[in-house]
Design a protein around this ligand. Sequence first.
Ligand SMILES: [Zn+2]
Length: 124
Amino acid sequence: MNNKIRKFFEGRYGPDLLGRDLIFLALFISILNLFVKSKIVSWIPFVISLIVILRLISKNFPKRYNENRIYALWRQRMKTNTTDRLKFKYFRCKTCKQRVRVPRGKGKVTITCPKCRSKFDGKS
Ligand SMILES: [Zn+2]
């Protein structure tokens, strides 16, 4: 029996970051639906689980690997953006439209545009 299971999973893609996060997403939607109680929403975790299982047993390694790679890159970018937004506030120069980054929590500041050297006030 154990050998049969091992044989079945031989050459299959198996679990990855995307699969794991999709399970968390399905779980989150399931919990959310305890409050929303929508029939359509209740199908979403089922569909996600099905996708996860199909990816798990897939034999198309390059495709699954690439999906996971794209997801991992997107995830990293989102993570970086979130932490960046917590530390910095973004302003747009009124003269040249240059984007200017200022550390948060400094109160009212006079910002000098690094591109055109014009000054404007902002609240960080
Ligand atoms: Zn400027």
